[in-house]
Ligand binder design. Structure first.
Ligand code: DAH
Length: 369
């Protein structure tokens, strides 16, 4: 019979020996110090404080010791594990801080760097402005017509009843081209498009003419805030049976209110143009003061009205010159400066801003394409 082995008193268990514990601790501390990043530190943690680590195994041996020996061994192991855990926590904090600092540097975005993106182009306000005008007429069933900027002298002047003695034919207003015997001019107005339209399509009761003609025109003017040797006009021409001044007035009132807002109408002042009879200057109700308490208004200079263009009933001589039966058909015509109209509409003070191609000016109109 053998009884309990009361003689067995293993005061010393190898893993709990002071040298062993110190060695395990030092190995752990060295590995922690050597870990270069969080990934390495994770492995160190498994190796040195994980379930199978020397310190964990030693800890488990404590229970095998006789009570008298447990306290000292427990303290030794406890201190070693505490030292290792503390070192782990400190190294973890250091490596995390390094990691964050590195990410900040590596992923930094310099928001001040110039972009290499190509800005979207936009159409010039004069182009979109001319289209806006054309759209107002197209919505009423009108068509858009165009003509060349180098025009026959006959279409620019004679067909429109501008006789050879008219002041507009002198060198002061007109850019002539050489050789002179070709009789070509840079058109001084868009009115020759009227003549071209009548001549090319003719008029019948089934096919009346309702056209708007926007385009570039040229005159030997100074270049200043209100003049330019190149500018833009829009011409209107309606030829039908029974056309009267009332149709003209209604059309221009509609044009004005579409362009400048509800309530902006027109008035006619008697005038003279060789191609219309009767003729009138068209004024707009001042779109700033609207004709109310105008004395202090700088836009209309106290007038309550602003000059906009010319108009009238097409002179029968023009109809005949362009092959239209003047006993049967009558018509109205008008002509406005597009640049001037846009200056009013957008409050521009200097005509030249429209021509100088500065994107800081044009982008304010958006980049509609
Ligand atoms: N062609 C004229 C000009 O340039 C403007 C004009 C006036 C056109 C009366 C017209 C019109 O069609 O009827 O000054």
């Amino acid at each position: 019979m053998s009884g309990p082995n009361t003689d067995y008193d293993p005061v010393e268990v190898t893993p709990l020996k002071a040298e062993e514990v110190d060695a395990a601790r030092d190995a752990a501390l060295a590995a922690i110090a050597a870990a270069q990043d969080l990934e390495e530190l994770k492995q160190v943690r498994i190796d040195h404080v994980g379930d199978r680590s020397a310190l964990a195994l030693a800890n488990r041996e404590i229970g095998a010791l006789p009570p008298a020996a447990r306290k000292e061994a427990g303290q030794r192991i406890g201190q070693a594990r505490a030292a290792v855990n503390k070192a782990l926590a400190e190294r973890q904090a250091v490596l995390e801080a390094e990691h964050e600092a590195r990410i900040l540097v590596e992923e930094a975005v310099d928001v001040t760097l110039p972009t290499d993106r190509c800005p979207t182009g936009g159409r010039h306000p004069l182009t979109t402005g001319a289209e806006l005008i054309a759209d107002i007429f197209v919505a009423m069933g009108w068509e858009v017509a165009e003509g060349p900027v180098i025009e026959a002298e006959w279409l620019n002047f004679d067909a429109l009843n501008l006789g050879p003695d008219h002041p507009a034919r002198t060198m002061q207003d007109t850019f002539w081209t050489e050789p002179a015997e070709n009789h070509l001019v840079l058109r001084t107005h868009t009115s020759p498009v009227q003549a071209r339209t009548m001549l090319t399509r003719g008029v019948t009761e089934d096919a009346p003419i309702y056209v708007v003609c926007p385009g570039r025109v040229f005159r030997t003017d100074e270049y200043d805030a209100t003049h330019s040797p190149m500018f833009h006009q829009v011409e209107g021409l309606a030829i039908d049976e029974g056309i009267t001044m009332a149709h003209l007035k209604g059309t221009l009132d509609h044009f004005a209110s579409q362009m400048f807002g509800e309530g902006i109408t027109t008035r006619f002042r008697p005038s003279y143009f060789p191609f219309t009879e009767p003729s009138a200057e068209v004024d707009l109700v001042c779109f700033v003061c609207r004709g109310i308490d105008s004395e202090d208004c700088r836009t209309c200079r106290g007038e309550g009205w602003i000059e906009w263009g010319g108009c009238g009933i097409v002179n029968p001589r023009v109809l005949r010159a362009c092959g239209v039966d003047a006993d049967r058909f009558s018509g109205f015509a008008f002509g406005m400066g597009i640049d001037r109209t846009l200056m009013f509409r957008h409050g521009l003070e200097d005509l030249r801003t429209l021509f100088e191609g500065d994107v800081r000016f044009t982008t304010a109109f958006g980049s509609e394409i």
